[in-house]
Write a protein that binds this ligand. Sequence first.
Ligand code: ADP
Ligand code: ADP
Length: 226
Amino acid sequence: DVVLRLSGLEKVYNRGLESEVAVLKGADLALAKGEVVALVAPSGAGKSTLLHMAGLLDTPDAGEVEIGGAVMSGLGDRRRTIARRRDVGFVYQFHHLLPEFTALENIVLPQLAAGVARRAAEARAMELLDEVGIAPRAAHRPSAMSGGEQQRVAFCRALANAPRLLLADEPTGNLDPATSDQVFKALTGLVRGTGLAALIATHNLDLAARMDRTVRLEDGRVVAGA
Ligand code: ADP
Ligand code: ADP
């Protein structure tokens, strides 16, 4: 049951310029439903580039992106955006929550944008906050929350519209080890509870070791291993 399949992805930046750099050179990866996979590589290896392709934020020069069995690479911008909003949740190193809204509202807003009724959206937001152990923080603004709490809200927001795929770029990069651990547990709980697939770029090898498996980006290709 494959959620994400990347086949032969290639990406060159600044083609034809002196600064030309081939970042992906035939990257292949498949994620099954329910899998939490660590993506590990040094800075500059192309982790963000790969996540942007997988998440339909950018298009590869060659190769295919399939989500839930649908080939995305041929889609135009508009249909790709629709597919992204429906199928993909993103989490970044910094939470990017809206500062003037409460934790609850930050999780409600993307649902309203997707056409969910307010009452149902609030119920789902509370359920998600409860699952990651911060229901009592629902009415707080991000500035009144700890870094770990903010990041847990960001995960809830990413999952608000029940995507098939969660992509995270250094989601614990800004947190101390104990908090990272807590945030990671919340994340895996959410993923296991919903059966989506998650690809998590991280420099934290302790966390990577606790995921289902680790893949590395090496010279533009995805290879198995710790
Ligand atoms: P990582 O996430 O592993 O640090 P990135 O995917 O951000 O790697 O970057 C891979 C390489 O591609 C780096 O050399 C980076 O400078 C370059 N790069 C990334 N995005 C762009 C861009 N939009 N334009 C030009 N070069 C880029
Ligand atoms: P946009 O067109 O949406 O502004 P870009 O194509 O400029 O996006 O960049 C895509 C992503 O790559 C962004 O996350 C940006 O921060 C990152 N990026 C852009 N240029 C570079 C670069 N030279 N090195 C590393 N990352 C880059």
